[in-house]
Ligand binder design. Sequence first.
Ligand code: UD1
Ligand code: CA
Length: 465
Amino acid sequence: MIAIAILAAGRGTRMKSDLPKVLHELGGRSLVERVLQSCQEIEISRRLVIVGYRGELVKQSLMESQEIPENPDFPPLEFVEQTEQLGTGHAIQQLLPHLKGFPGDLLVLNGDVPLLRAETIKQLMAIHQQHKNSATILTANLPNPQGYGRVFTDSQNFVQQIVEDRDCTTAQKKNQRINAGVYCFHWPHLEKILPDLKADNDQKEYYLTDTVSILSPVMAVDVEDYQEILGINDRKHLATASDILQARVKDKWMKAGVTLIDPNSITIDDTVELQPDVVIEPQTHLRGKTSIASGSRIGPGSLIENSQIKENVTVLYSVISDSTVSENSRIGPYAHLRGHAQIGANCRVGNFVELKNTQIGDRTNVAHLSYLGDATLGEKVNIGAGTITANYDGKNKHKTQIGDRTKIGANSVLVAPITVGEDVTVAAGSAVTEDVPDDCLVIARSRQVIKPGWKLKDRNKELGL
Ligand code: UD1
Ligand code: CA
């Protein structure tokens, strides 16, 4: 039986932020969400998260994060409060009433170690169980171990002591083997000694790491790729983690048949799905739950978030959020799709067009300089340059409907709520305020007046100037 506990109570002073450190985002997910995710491949019977600094916020964020309810096999999250943050040992002491008599192992993870692979956790647990250790800890040999606790072992590789960087002597600092902040304890053993921890160190905190000197046997397991165990303490670490994550994600997609042109200028969240033969051009950013199907070419200079792009679409210098684009459509340059816009197949949404909560049927074009909000357009509609749906009356939003094959002349305004039928032609420059039936021409503007022989100076005379 395995319980996991995630340490997420600290503020993270070195981040210089009001936001709890574990809620800082990395590639579309919070640090703590990533830590939870790294435990996905082991069978867990309890999941405890220790919260403190702005605990409600941490709790809320984890409950809302989409990953958590996704897997019904996981037990619910239990939140344990650490009202004062007196150290990592003190944090685990808060579990005592909750895990009283729990017979299994407790996997403890720092909430600020977001790059761990599920495979690594699995290995750590396997070694722990195979050797029936009292504790097994994840370690790494770092070229620059500064800031981490140093792990000291005896000749048989059993851990004797972990000394925090700030408590190390100059000689101890030379030890490059560090504590990753990931531990597996046999809970009945840990439970017994937890109350005995002393805050006998530079920070006057109760250190979880002191337990390894009391327990036995304690084994250290070195991680293969030390990038995995990077602990995030400040913004520089966050940037480094982001680089590592980006490299991982891009590697994966290039191997899967995606072309990235100038990969360093591109960012891709690891929540994004790409199909083979997608091409991502420079300065493009793909975020959240976005998917892009084969043959599509995105960028340069585009931002796509939480959107679905179907096959053979091109997106050029555009921003698309929470929207879908169907096959063979061309978006941009300089289009903005947002608020659940849905573009049909073989459409063209062009230069300087903004679409909000608007559905567009197949083969419909909105090619230049338009704003369509809360509108539904049929198939083969043509929207002339500069068309605007006036969807907001100062208080409420209203809908516009436009039927199949209708043509809206350039520079028209459609004052919603309004329905324009099928096969309608709206004359350029119209202000359409009333519903229009099928099969007709609408001219909703004042007629042009021509005054023969009229001259500017005559007019001045008329006015007595
Ligand atoms: C800790 C380890 C260090 C290890 C490093 C790995 C200790 C004493 N030291 O140091 O050996 O090399 O992680 O990254 O454990 N937290 C609480 N309550 C508290 C204090 C901290 O929940 O009272 C949480 C923090 O929110 C954080 C985690 O514990 O998620 C680690 O705390 P942090 O202060 O970052 O520890 P380090 O100094 O990095
Ligand atoms: Ca840390």
